[in-house]
Design a protein around this ligand. Structure first.
Ligand code: ATP
Ligand code: MG
Length: 436
């Protein structure tokens, strides 16, 4: 994309309404604009990031055997009356009436809807296990929407729902999702700490929140330093029951993660040198809830001997839009965003330091073509200083800086945003580093 032709409305001033750095940078870098309290429009650069994150989430869900669907945002209240949650859900639910005076709602989550859909499509124990997910907008009328997309009212969530014949099967599904989550956050460049969460009346230990570390986070977290480097995940586990058991055992040995609300079950067992304490942002939550929805909503399948089985379910959420803010909280400096390669809107920015000069223009056009949609070309009639500042603000992993002196010698300057390192290299070397 050519910057002169693109809609990336960056801001020089710090927006006064934004309290935390990710919110400020998302507005300043032209990623989003608020359209009403807690509701955001995603502009071209922000939308690219959101889609990149969603794609990584999708690939890891698929690898774990989950199947993608797409359910609607608007739901019938009757579904929620079947599960008994309609009256209890409270003011976070946006309730709507259609023209026939029927009660509808904008879905805050989809347990009821998926249970009904699944109920209509399975008959026998042979149809299970299954796990269905979608990546869809949710609405929760939060009392205090704040921190930009981190606590919005409309937000994008990946939510998966597993169906198993019994508890043992549900444990396998749960562990699969936990492994998929650890891999997802690792690919996003994040250190995610699984923290034991409340299971309420369900009991047991099958509920975890995933917390990424950030000083501005709303959750306190105490954890084992073992989670700071999870390279031991790589290539080590498949999605087989025995591998998953091995994985879960390894994770459990590190599970001291806890918050103020939880018992210090676990904290005392961590060797002192490995104890860490911090604040973080909840980016995911996985939960086994047994027959909480399948029972009242009459989801039954015939077992091998003809008796009716009530499936065990779990649900697994990731805050896809919250992750955009969370990633910026983890990767930024005073000058702006430092996107991890995996989610950046473009891999590189091309900075033409002398717009209108034939030699720099030819090099820029050449490299722009060779990067095939992976680059944002700053072809504006702007001072070099403004181009440097905007590229740092927008956070492209690489900057290819093309000036007249380099053009005469056949070299460009290549800057790595994450480290600030600069090298003078040939065009080919720049391209191979960026695309490599
Ligand atoms: P929180 O405790 O932050 O309010 P939650 O426990 O209500 O979140 P879940 O129902 O577990 O959230 O939803 C799954 C994921 O969706 C969360 O882990 C979070 O990443 C994301 N999420 C929840 N509420 C919001 C929101 N208001 N804005 C953006 N993302 C959200
Ligand atoms: Mg939660």
């Amino acid at each position: 994309m050519r910057l002169s032709r693109s809609f990336i409305p960056t801001l020089k001033e710090t927006p006064s309404e934004a309290q935390i750095v990710s919110h400020r940078l998302m507005l300043r870098a032209g990623l989003v604009r608020q359209t009403s309290a807690g509701i955001y429009a995603w502009l071209p650069a922000g939308w690219r990031v959101l889609q990149n994150i969603a794609q990584i989430v999708r690939e890891e869900q698929d690898a774990a055997g989950a199947q993608e669907v797409l359910m609607p945002t608007i739901q019938s209240a009757d579904l929620w009356r079947q599960s008994g949650r309609y009256d209890g859900y409270g003011q976070e639910m946006l309730r709507i009436k259609d023209r026939h005076d029927r009660d509808m709602l904008y879905g805050p989550t989809n347990e009821e809807m998926i249970t009904e859909i699944f109920r209509g499509g399975v008959k026998s124990y042979r149809d299970l296990p299954q796990n269905l997910y979608h990546i869809q907008w949710k609405f929760r009328d939060e009392v205090r929407p704040r921190f930009g997309v981190m606590r919005g009212r409309e937000f994008l969530m990946k939510d998966a729902y597993s169906f198993d014949l019994d508890y043992a099967g549900a444990v396998v599904s749960y562990r699969s999702m936990m492994l998929a989550y650890m891999r997802t956050f690792q690919r996003l460049g994040l250190k995610a700490i699984p923290m034991v969460a409340d299971t309420g009346p369900i009991g047991g230990d099958l509920s975890h929140e995933f917390i990424i570390l950030a000083e501005t986070g709303e959750s306190g977290v105490f954890y084992d330093a073992g989670f700071e480097n999870i390279d031991w995940l790589n290539g080590n586990f498949d999605y087989t029951p025995s591998d998953l058991e091995r994985f879960f055992t390894q994770m459990t040995s590190l599970y001291a993660a806890t918050d103020e609300k939880h018992d210090t079950a676990a904290w005392a067992t961590i060797p002192e040198a490995r104890r860490r304490e911090g604040r973080g942002i909840e980016v995911g939550h996985i939960f086994y809830f047994g027959t909480k929805y399948s029972e009242p909503m009459n989801l039954r399948v015939a077992g091998p001997d003809g008796t009716q089985i009530t499936p065990h379910m779990g649900s697994y959420g990731i805050g896809v839009s919250r992750l955009v803010g969370g990633i910026i909280e983890a990767f930024h400096d005073d000058a702006g965003i430092k996107w991890p390669d995996a989610v950046a809107p473009w891999k590189a920015a091309i900075l033409n330091l002398r717009q209108g000069d034939a030699a720099t223009g030819a090099i820029c056009e050449d490299v722009y073509k060779k990067l095939q949609g992976n680059a944002l070309y700053d072809d504006r009639e702007e001072r070099a200083g403004a181009k440097f500042a905007d590229a740092d603000l927008m956070g492209h992993p690489w900057q290819i800086i093309v000036g007249p002196r380099g053009a005469a010698n056949g070299v460009v300057e290549l800057k790595r945003r994450a480290t600030g390192e600069r090298q003078e290299v040939s065009l080919d070397s720049a391209l191979s580093q960026i695309l490599g």
